[in-house]
Design a binder for this molecule. Structure first.
Ligand code: GTP
Ligand code: MG
Length: 375
């Protein structure tokens, strides 16, 4: 619901604006005809005037431009296979980063402060010529939002459960995120190398949480892994590929890109760096983009795995670290490519304003609400 000015209400109701100002004055509010009133106050005034108000939501630029982009259907013949997006979720310290490191052949876990993941990360790799995208999420309870976001952009969830610890609170949370997103779950029963671990206990826990192991006749693949010894890693990759093959992931690389901001921050040297997962279309250097309340032209796109590699374009399921946005958009914001920088700016700025709830009148009066009225 948008605020409405005294002037607009007077025109819509066919009553002189002074009459409205007088009602406001009787309630102790001295204001002018440009003051913005919230819907509640507008209704109150309308009742005083004895008129019925109908709120018509004007079509915003955002509705006109972005919603339409979202609604464009890709013709069947434009769709080509895209890489599956595979997100690692699970309780803190259960081995998500270590497993992913080992799968990709990098060492992120070793460099993390306190051994705790605090950022969501996305990588693109090729496995025997087949591209795949992996997303690592933090398991610490403080990062629910990032786990939800990871589950929101993914095709497949790898639920990492340490065999010695079993199902823990963030394991359960991850299961509910994955279920809410409606994506298949593969369990990596990790740390199987630890002496004396009893995988049966964790499997029983998983079973109680609605993930029936396939070896017990259910439909959840549970792979016993060790990020330390490498045991089960091949089988985990196989299982991911099998699940990916059961589903057809397609996108249209020939349209303007749509993506999601995974995380964004202000970097002292490079300005705003935004981690984006392109989900449809192809994002190109120079594209005009709007993402949440940020906008700009894509200045550079870097491969998250080798930050010195600049990409000229990024197609579906490709994660990039992008520069060129004016401010850091909030995580989870959708990214769209537009034709017109002025339009992008207007959408971003309108969103920025409504986010901060600054309904200022043309003369700078603060928004008048029922609360200020009866203070
Ligand atoms: P957060 O991202 O903070 O939630 O943790 P994580 O799930 O990414 O766990 P991480 O990979 O950081 O591993 C946590 C600790 O467990 C580290 O000390 C790892 O070396 C250790 N670890 C991970 N996988 C294994 C494993 O398979 N076996 C053994 N013995 N230790 C492991
Ligand atoms: Mg981690």
């Amino acid at each position: 619901q948008l605020p409405c000015s005294v002037k607009e209400l007077s025109e819509a109701a066919g009553v002189p604006a002074v009459q409205i100002l007088r009602i406001l004055m009787d309630e102790g509010v001295m204001t002018n005809i440009n003051a913005q009133m919230d819907p509640e106050l507008t209704e109150f005034i309308a009742a005083e005037l004895g008129v019925d108000v109908d709120f018509l939501q004007p079509e915003t630029l955002e509705d006109r431009v972005l919603m339409r982009l979202e609604e464009i259907e890709d013709p069947e013949e434009s769709l080509v296979a895209r890489a599956p997006v595979v997100t690692f979720l699970g309780h803190v310290d259960h081995g998500k980063t270590s497993l992913l490191d080992r799968l990709i052949g990098i060492d992120v876990a070793g460099g993390e402060s306190g051994g705790i993941t605090q950022h969501i990360r996305a990588y693109r790799i090729e496995n025997n010529g087949r591209p795949m995208a992996f997303v690592d999420t933090p398991g610490h309870e403080a990062f629910t939002e990032m786990r939800a976001r990871g589950a929101g952009v993914t095709d497949i969830v790898v639920l990492v459960v340490a065999a010695d610890d079993g199902v823990m609170p963030q394991t359960e949370e991850a299961i509910s995120h994955a279920k809410a997103a409606g994506v298949p779950i593969i369990v990596a029963l990790n740390k199987i190398d630890l002496p004396g671990v009893d995988p049966l206990r964790a499997m029983t826990d998983l079973n109680t949480n609605g993930l029936q192991p396939s070896e017990w006749g259910g439909d959840t693949e549970i792979v016993k892994t060790s990020a330390t010894t490498g045991e089960g890693l091949d089988e985990l990759l196989e299982t991911i590929l099998t699940v990916a093959e059961l589903n057809e992931y397609v996108a249209n690389p020939d349209r303007a890109a749509i993506g999601t901001c995974l995380e964004s921050q202000q970097d002292a040297d490079r300005g705003v760096v935004t981690k984006v997962l392109v989900q449809n279309g192809t994002l190109k250097v120079g594209d005009i983009v709007v993402c949440g309340d940020a906008y700009g032209r894509v200045k550079a796109m870097l491969d998250p795995l080798s930050p010195r590699t600049r990409l000229e374009e990024a197609g579906p399921s490709v994660p990039v670290n992008l520069t060129g946005l004016d401010i850091a958009p909030s995580a989870g914001a959708r990214l769209y490519v537009l034709d017109d920088i002025a339009e992008a700016r207007e959408i971003a700025e309108t969103r920025g304003k409504s986010q901060h709830n600054e309904y200022l009148g043309a003369t700078g009066f603060r928004q008048t609400t029922l609360d200020t009225l009866f203070e």
